[in-house]
Design a protein around this ligand. Structure first.
Ligand code: FES
Ligand SMILES: [Fe+2]
Length: 441
C-alpha cells in the first residue's frame, strides 16, 4: 500500500494484503454513466467517527431560529455534531452560543429544550453563569483560596455563529468560511423560502415533533430530495385522501402529471440539493392560491417574484437541515445506525392566522406524529438499514438521470423530479470532505 493509500484508509480497518484496503476514495464511484455508493457508509463505526470529524465538526450546522430567542433571556439548547450547546439572547440583544458544559466538572448546565433565564445554575455544585456564559457565582467560594484563578472559567463560546434570514448556524471549525460564502447559490432558495412571508420573516412557534429511527442519518438526507418514491411509498396517503372525499385520486394523478414538465430535482454545490415543483406537491398547501395572500406577496416583493416564491421546495443545506414548505427538519446523527430528527413547523409572519392554521393542519396530516406521510418514510429508513447489513452486494445505485441532467452556469445539476441528482450532490460533497479532511472552502 502506498503512503497516500494508507492516509485515505479508514482508521481501525485492517488492510488485507493487497486487494481490499477499504480506502476512503473507493466508497463513492462517480463514473460517466454510473454513480454508486458503498453500503458500508451506512454501517461502519470507523467511517461514522470520521464523518463526525471531517464533515460535522467542519460544517455550518443549523442550531435554531431567531424567533425562538426573541427576547433577552430566551434560550434553547441544541446539539452541534455531538456536542451540547446553549443558544441564548443576551441582555445586550446579541445571540450567544456556548457549550452546555459546566467549567467545574463538566455537568450539562441546562436540561431543558428551551426557556427563559438570565442565569444558568449548575445542578451539581451550584456554580452560576450569566446567559452569555460569564461565571458570576460559585457555591462556598472560600474553599478555593485566594490564589484560585477564575478568569478562564466562563463557559466556552462556540467558535463560529452566524445567521441568514432568521436561520442560525454554528460551526465548530474556527477557520470555516463565512456562512453566506458557504451557502453560495443556496442562499437564493432560502430567500424564496423566507419571502413566502410578506414581511420576509418566518417563525417557529408551534413546537417540535421529534422522532428517532434505527438507521443511518444519510437515509433521511437522501429521502427529503427523493422525488422517485412518492408514487409508491405514499400511495396509501392518496387513497386516504380519496376515501375521505378530500381530493379525488384522479385529482392527485392530474397534479402529478402536471408536475412532470415543470418540476425538477437539483444537485447544488457543497452537497446541497432540492426538489421543486412549481404547482405544488399532491395538490396540498392550497392556501398559496388564495387571492389575498398572493396580493400581499405581490405588494411586498413584486409580481415578478411571485412564481419563484410560491414554487414548493424541499431544500437541503448539507449536512444538517432541510427547509420544507411547512417546516424545518433538523437531522442529528447518533451512531451509524441511529438518528434523531426534529420536525419544526413554521408560521408565515404577516398573514392571516387562518392561513397559518390551515398550513399547520396540512402539515400534520402528512408530516405529523400520526401522519400518513412521514411515518411511511421512516419505515423505509428501517428497511434501508436492514438491507445494507447484507454486505455481499457492495453497492447502492444512484445513477438515475445521470445522462439527462443539465449543468447550469452556477454549477447546479438539474434533473427530472424523479432523478437522483441531489443524492449525487450529497455523496460528491461527502467524498470531498471525507478525503480532504477540510470543510467547505
Ligand atoms: S459540575 Fe457544575 S458546579 Fe460542579
Ligand atoms: Fe416520502
Amino acid at each position: 500500500m502506498t503512503r497516500s493509500q494508507e492516509h485515505n484508509r479508514v482508521p481501525g480497518q485492517q488492510a488485507s494484503q493487497d486487494d481490499d484496503p477499504f480506502p476512503l476514495d473507493d466508497l463513492v464511484l462517480d463514473e460517466p454513466y454510473r454513480f454508486r455508493v458503498d453500503g458500508r457508509v451506512y454501517t461502519d463505526a470507523h467511517l461514522f467517527a470520521l464523518e463526525m470529524d471531517r464533515i460535522w465538526r467542519r460544517s455550518w450546522l443549523y442550531v435554531g431560529h431567531e424567533s425562538e430567542i426573541r427576547e433577552p433571556g430566551d434560550y434553547r439548547t441544541a446539539v452541534l455534531a455531538r456536542e451540547p450547546i446553549i443558544l441564548s439572547r443576551g441582555e445586550d440583544g446579541g445571540i450567544h452560543a456556548v457549550f452546555n458544559r459546566c467549567m467545574h466538572r463538566g455537568a450539562a448546565l441546562c436540561r431543558d429544550d428551551r426557556g427563559h433565564a438570565n442565569h444558568f445554575r449548575c445542578p451539581y455544585h451550584n456554580w452560576v453563569y450569566r446567559n452569555d456564559g460569564t461565571l458570576v457565582g460559585m457555591a462556598q467560594k472560600s474553599g478555593y483560596g485566594s490564589h484560585f484563578d477564575t478568569s478562564e472559567l466562563d463557559l466556552v463560546p462556540v467558535p463560529r455563529l452566524e445567521a441568514y434570514r432568521g436561520l442560525i448556524f454554528a460551526n465548530l471549525d474556527p477557520a470555516a468560511p463565512a456562512l453566506q460564502e458557504r451557502l453560495g447559490p443556496s442562499a437564493w432558495y432560502i430567500d424564496q423560502w423566507a419571502d413566502r412571508s410578506p414581511t420576509g420573516q418566518m417563525s417557529v412557534a408551534e413546537g417540535v415533533h421529534r422522532y428517532s429511527y434505527p438507521g443511518n442519518w444519510k437515509f433521511q438526507l437522501e429521502n427529503g430530495v427523493d422525488g422517485y418514491h412518492g408514487n409508491y411509498v405514499h400511495d396509501s396517503f392518496v387513497k386516504i385522501l380519496h376515501r375521505a372525499g378530500d381530493r379525488s385520486r384522479q385529482d392527485v394523478v392530474r397534479a402529478r402529471n402536471r408536475l412532470g414538465s415543470n418540476a425538477s430535482a437539483k444537485g447544488l454545490p457543497r452537497g446541497d440539493g432540492l426538489l421543486e415543483r412549481e404547482d405544488g406537491m399532491l395538490g396540498t398547501f392550497d392556501y398559496a392560491s388564495r387571492d389575498e395572500y398572493r396580493r400581499s406577496l405581490v405588494e411586498a416583493h413584486g409580481s415578478a417574484r411571485l412564481q419563484d416564491i410560491l414554487t414548493q421546495r424541499n431544500l437541503l443545506i448539507f449536512p444538517s437541515v432541510y427547509l420544507f414548505e411547512s417546516h424545518i427538519r433538523v437531522i442529528r446523527p447518533i451512531s451509524p445506525t441511529s438518528t434523531i430528527v426534529d420536525t419544526i413547523p413554521t408560521r408565515i409572519e404577516g398573514i392571516d392566522d387562518a392561513i397559518n392554521t390551515e398550513r399547520l393542519r396540512e402539515h400534520e396530516r402528512f408530516f405529523g406524529p400520526s401522519s400518513f406521510g412521514a411515518t411511511d418514510d421512516i419505515e423505509i429508513f428501517v428497511l434501508n438499514q436492514t438491507g445494507v447489513q447484507a454486505e455481499v452486494p457492495r453497492w447502492l445505485d444512484f445513477s438515475r438521470g445521470l445522462e439527462r441532467e443539465r449543468v447550469a452556469d452556477n454549477g447546479e445539476r438539474i434533473g427530472h423530479s424523479t432523478d437522483e441528482a441531489p443524492q449525487r450532490a450529497i455523496y460528491r460533497e461527502w467524498r470531498r470532505m471525507m478525503l480532504s479532511g477540510e470543510g467547505p472552502s
